[in-house]
Design a protein around this ligand. Structure first.
Ligand SMILES: Cc1ncc(COP(=O)(O)O)c(C=O)c1O
Length: 399
């Protein structure tokens, strides 16, 4: 008898570090040890009550499948949200997905056949790597460096990565894990290459509302030169602190791409009606709501950077956006240090969890002593977490 086999692609995939510690954490928490979670992009801020209020108003007798594109009131609400950023989309250019995560899958599946390539920066959001493995897409990394604030290299360097298999760039601005906000120079270069070589630009802008120091946000979606080439990946998760709502969406002006994305979406018939009803209200929230979130996260960013700089040997650049930063620690093996913090370290019954840089890097050499810190906790918790990190590093070095 032949042995039962599962796909090679599933064997190639790994558990991203952002979820792999979940089991261990549950075990540790059972012991009464408190863990400060700086490892997940899961904000601690209350989801706006408007979400639940709208859900409570649902009085349908039957929860039915709804339009695979997403319910019209939600797409209208998203179009309205975009207007605040001078982005002009029609409801038929919006496709609601189960989080930005599903949007990434559909984009890869729609733009690429097996073996096709997508160029991305290194480090990159780890889920792109797993989706690439699952969809048979090859991600081609362009190295960027912490010392240079993760700026994209010159156009000529990026151009060298383009082959006859290249279909697209994928960029995330403001960036996870780097906090980088791309400048006009970087966006001009990518746009020119996309035009010259006929490539798509997948622009993941789920952190659009988190840009600090009063910097202007530039969206690929606002550029007329590449209007037909841009596919926006979006989400309610971060900006509205609604990760569990599982509402994201895609936006594109390219009709053929939209049709392709929709065919993918039609295979899952519909996404949750209940979540969509709540999300209608989120995208209608006043700009004041988002400005308050921005102030809160800017303060959190300042606090975590200040506290981390107090630790000997820690190297970091102040991020310009999103709520993550990559930090170099004075150690040789970030994964080993993280295990130590979870299993062996405790101070007054507390410890802290961060994500190993290896989760985001193609270049292992660059990632060894790097960790990603997500500043998703209140300022006093961030202070305590940074203190625990300092004490943990001292204990680790003297072990
Ligand atoms: C850059 C980026 N894109 C997309 C997502 C997907 O988020 P969700 O599926 O919750 O919308 C995340 C979540 O962390 C992210 O950081």
């Amino acid at each position: 008898m032949e042995e039962l086999k599962i796909s090679a692609r599933s064997k190639k995939m790994i558990q991203p570090a952002i979820v792999k510690y979940n089991g261990l954490i549950r075990e540790i928490e059972k012991t009464g040890k408190k863990v400060y979670f700086l490892n997940l992009g899961q904000p601690d801020i209350a989801t706006p009550p408007a979400f639940m209020e709208a859900v409570r108003q649902i009085d349908d007798d039957v929860l039915m499948y709804v339009d695979p594109k997403g319910i019209i009131p939600l797409r209208q609400s998203i179009v309205g949200y975009f207007k605040n950023y001078d982005l002009d989309y029609d409801i038929d250019e919006i496709l609601v997905t189960m989080g930005g995560s599903e949007a990434i899958w559909y984009t890869f599946l729609t733009l690429c056949d097996e073996g096709d390539e997508i160029i991305c920066p290194d480090p990159v959001y780890s889920i792109y790597r797993e989706v690439a493995k699952a969809t048979g897409v090859k991600l081609v990394p362009v190295e960027t460096y912490a010392e240079e604030g993760f700026e994209l290299p010159a156009k000529e360097v990026i151009e060298k990565c383009i082959t006859d298999k290249t279909r697209a760039f994928i960029l995330n601005t403001p960036g996870n894990p780097t906090g980088r906000v791309y400048t006009k120079r970087e966006m001009d270069d990518i746009s020119q290459l996309a035009l010259q070589y006929d490539l798509f630009i997948i622009s993941d802008e789920v952190y659009r509302d988190f840009i600090y120091d009063g910097e202007e946000f530039l969206s690929f979606a606002a550029r007329e030169d590449v209007a037909e080439k841009v596919i926006l990946v979006e989400s309610a998760s971060k900006r509205f602190s609604a990760c569990g709502a599982r509402v994201g969406f895609l936006a594109t002006k390219n009709k053929e791409v939209y049709e392709g994305l929709l065919k993918m979406a039609q295979t899952r018939l519909s996404i949750s009606y209940v979540d969509q009803v709540g999300a209608v209200e989120l995208f209608k929230l006043e700009q004041d709501y988002l400005r308050a979130q921005l102030d809160e996260y800017e303060n959190r960013r300042d606090t975590i950077c200040e506290e981390l700089r107090k630790i000997d040997g820690v190297v970091l650049e102040t991020p310009k956006g999103a709520f993550h930063l990559l930090v170099k620690l004075p150690i040789d093996d970030a994964e080993d240090f993280i295990q130590f913090m979870l299993n062996d370290f405790t101070l007054d019954g507390e410890t802290v969890l961060v994500t190993p840089g290896a989760d985001f890097y193609f270049n292992e050499e660059l990632s060894k002593n790097m960790v990603r810190i997500s500043y998703v906790l209140k300022q006093e918790d961030l202070k305590r977490a940074a203190f625990l990190l300092r004490k943990g590093l001292e204990a680790y070095k003297s072990k």
